[in-house]
Design a protein around this ligand. Structure first.
Ligand code: ADP
Length: 189
């Protein structure tokens, strides 16, 4: 398996925008599980219809479904030849284990850090369907409960770099790019 990098961070931390730009700069394939689910919703597939209710309520789509979607996407040839930057996956221990079974080892993790008060404000002003106050609170609670603990786990197995996500889009991008260079540099040497 080629390079596998993760970006973790609270909802509203800006990881979607930033990881898209990073993937482009470094030539990795960007996979956002939120985007994959929204595409399914758009196409009104059976999965999409089911996922929409879960997403609007701020709940997590089941590990079983998510792992299947991820495995299918990650098996595409572009991932093998370019490496991948995963955005929004894994979010639970079961997903982290499934990912480990697919890719072997995660090479590096970027932790984009933005405090809860700040991400809440950001999400309240961005007008997405699932950005109601209740849904935001639920998603952030699930992040602390299920996703944040993954950082400790990855610290033991992979390179984890925490990046301050407060600042302009460009400032944060530069910090992330430096972190990614550190991670990928250490892969080569
Ligand atoms: P956010 O980070 O604001 O939650 P995303 O676009 O990453 O936005 O995800 C939107 C929704 O899609 C989530 O609230 C959740 O319902 C679902 N989702 C995305 N990725 C996963 C995942 N890995 N596991 C479970 N549900 C997911």
């Amino acid at each position: 398996m080629s390079t596998c990098l993760l970006i973790l961070g609270r909802q509203g931390s800006g990881k979607g925008t930033q990881s898209l730009m990073l993937a482009e700069k470094f030539g990795f394939v960007h996979i956002s599980t939120g985007d994959l689910l929204r595409e399914a919703v758009e196409s009104s597939s059976p999965l999409g219809l089911k996922a929409k209710q879960i997403m609007d309520a701020g709940e997590l789509v089941s590990d079983e479904i998510m792992c299947e979607i991820l495995a299918e996407r990650i098996a595409q040839p572009d991932v093998k030849s370019n490496g991948v930057l995963l955005d929004g996956f894994p979010r639970t221990t079961a997903q982290a284990e499934a990912l480990g079974a697919i890719v072997g080892k995660v090479d590096g993790v970027m932790n984009l850090d933005v405090p809860i008060e700040e991400v809440t404000q950001r999400m309240l002003t961005r007008n997405r369907d699932d950005d109601t106050e209740e849904s935001i609170a639920r998603r952030l609670a699930l992040y602390e409960e299920q996703t944040a603990p993954l950082l400790g786990w990855y610290e033991e197995h992979s390179k984890v770099v925490t990046i301050d996500g407060i600042g302009t889009e460009e400032e944060v991008f530069n910090r992330l790019a430096t972190a990614l260079e550190t991670i990928t540099g250490s892969l080569v040497s």
